[in-house]
Design a protein around this ligand. Sequence first.
Ligand code: AMP
Length: 281
Amino acid sequence: MQTFGSVDELRRPLAEWRQDQVRVALVPTMGNLHEGHLELVRRAAREAERVVVSIFVNPTQFGPREDFASYPRTPEADLAALALEGVDAVFLPDEAEVYPLGRSAATRVSIPGLMDDLCGRLRPGHFEGVATVVLRLLNMVAPDVAVFGQKDYQQQLVIRHLVHDLRVATRIVMAPTSRESDGLARSSRNQYLTAEERARAPALYAALGAVAAGLAQPGASPGALCDAAMASLREAGFDPEYVEVRDAATLAACAALDRPLVVLGAARLGRARLIDNLLIP
Ligand code: AMP
């Protein structure tokens, strides 16, 4: 496994692989890797002959009062885990490599509507930062495939939108959400939970599951089900931000239930902000 800090160096093996006509998959991450990230890496290895993982804690996707400074950074453990997975290359750029003109002069990617809804409404600027960094990584690596997690469902739709709209020649693959045995979606931010909060944390998954089960009943009212889920989260000591049923393809509010849907939720629990979602095909 080779590690690279500069895009010029990374482009050498990439050019060789391309010449040999082997496919390349990219897994973008912010590091502090857990089993969920490693499942994306395994999926990437099934999609392409070479796997590149990027590790970059992207400052532009954090709000001014968010956890950029304290976000867990564990590069040694990450590299050891990726070596065990047989990853070919790890890209660990610094900020100047990703934003060569500096942050304030940086070209940004914004998508009207999609970025201002749900998590975007509560985290202004977040998805613009995500789209901006992901497009940079896709341009730098030019992978055949890039793998993202269902856990960040809105993020994955933002990326699909920009790839389609900007004619990026990368196929986007969504890997299912990786969960702890009690249902909690794995996340680097779960370590912000105290032991007592951790024990209550699966209530978010359970609340979304109750909405999904309710939707299967005749005459179901998504609004009433989501209100009940919000109430159950408050009862479990969460500060819920939203629970919503949306069109799975567009995130549009849906009047009809005869199409693929997604139940999405976000809630604060102590220091952590947890998100989760369930697809209803
Ligand atoms: P992050 O390092 O949190 O920015 O996440 C990097 C990638 O891993 C993103 O595509 C996330 O959606 C994905 N990811 C994070 N946690 C999970 C999880 N529990 N299950 C599946 N994918 C995940």
